[in-house]
Design a protein around this ligand. Structure first.
Ligand SMILES: [Zn+2]
Length: 304
């Protein structure tokens, strides 16, 4: 009888221990994911670059979702709630996120603005004349600078992980460097008469500047995606005069105006380039690398 009691007691203890260890496991898992701090980026392209530097050290999220127009985005109350619990807010700057100042003014969250460490190219026309063109990431060469800046920024946030961030950054920059070299080679072999990039938004200045293309666009910034009759006439004349083979638009705006240019000039419509936002995972630009590959591939096919 006593043996039986001992057995029951022993089995009960075993059961308690296994339950306790199970619940410990759950608690520690929960703590692990909760203990990871959240980096909130202003847009999907930047979030993806940060993720490649951070890997598993932080949870990285974007305020704006894939496919959304970013310049004039209106943050929602849930964006504010998410941002208030974030470890740091990282934005592009150069006036890209017109909503960012007001957004962060109500929050007690650390802020890192990548453009503070970049050299700007200034917009030369219209209302935006003299302001920095914000779209620096559109050039793989500048993309590599984003990586350097983010390696430093994340290392300052978490000094013990500097080596890890540097290693992640190096692997990622090697991929960008490959894209950079391939596109440089393409442009070097491209007839000088064909080196025109005609787009809807003037978002390609860093790409055209870095690789020796002429930039032509319908409007300077997507926040005001309207073409004036004067600019339409000028674009059509230039495309005709230079015999530009293809014109392009961007994924976050209507291609209607650019189709007018294509129809009036006989140029091909070369497709939608991605600039301000990635596509969702199933689309052609689910990551920054894929976005660059997609864009440069369309440009190569269109201009060759
Ligand atoms: Zn833009």
């Amino acid at each position: 009888m006593l043996d039986m009691r001992k057995k029951i007691l022993f089995l009960s203890l075993l059961l308690l221990l296994s339950l306790a260890s199970g619940s410990c496991k759950r608690i520690s898992n929960k703590n692990e994911s909760e203990s990871k701090e959240v980096i909130l980026a202003s847009f999907t392209v930047l979030a993806n670059i940060i993720s490649n530097v951070s890997k598993d050290e932080f949870i990285v999220r974007s305020i704006t979702k894939p496919g959304v127009e970013v310049h004039g985005y209106q943050p929602t109350p849930s964006d504010l709630v998410n941002a208030s619990s974030a470890f740091v807010f990282i934005d592009n700057g150069f006036g890209f996120e017109l909503w960012a100042e007001k957004f962060v003014s109500n929050l007690k969250v650390k802020r890192i603005t990548v453009a503070e460490d970049l050299d700007p190219i200034f917009i030369s026309e219209d209302f935006y004349k003299g302001k920095p063109n914000p779209h620096a990431w559109i050039s793989p060469k500048r993309g590599m600078l984003y990586v350097d800046i983010l390696v430093d920024s994340l290392s300052e946030l978490r000094p013990s992980k500097r080596t890890l961030f540097e290693e992640n950054g190096k692997i990622y920059k090697d991929k960008l460097s490959k894209i950079d070299k391939e596109f440089s080679l393409f442009i070097n072999n491209l007839n000088k008469d064909r080196r025109y990039l005609v787009t809807c938004e003037g978002a390609f200045s860093y790409l055209t500047n870095d690789y020796g293309l002429e930039e032509v666009y319908l409007w300077p910034v997507n926040a005001e995606s309207q073409i004036t009759p004067k600019r339409m006439t000028r674009t059509i004349s230039l495309v005709k005069e230079k015999n530009v083979p293809s014109v392009f638009c961007e994924s976050t705006v209507s291609k209607e105006s650019q189709m007018v240019v294509a129809n009036e000039t006989g140029a091909n419509f070369g497709g939608n380039l991605f600039v301000d936002s990635l596509s969702d995972d199933s689309g052609p630009a689910g990551s920054y690398i894929k976005m660059l590959e997609h864009n440069l591939d369309l440009i190569k096919k269109g201009l060759f």
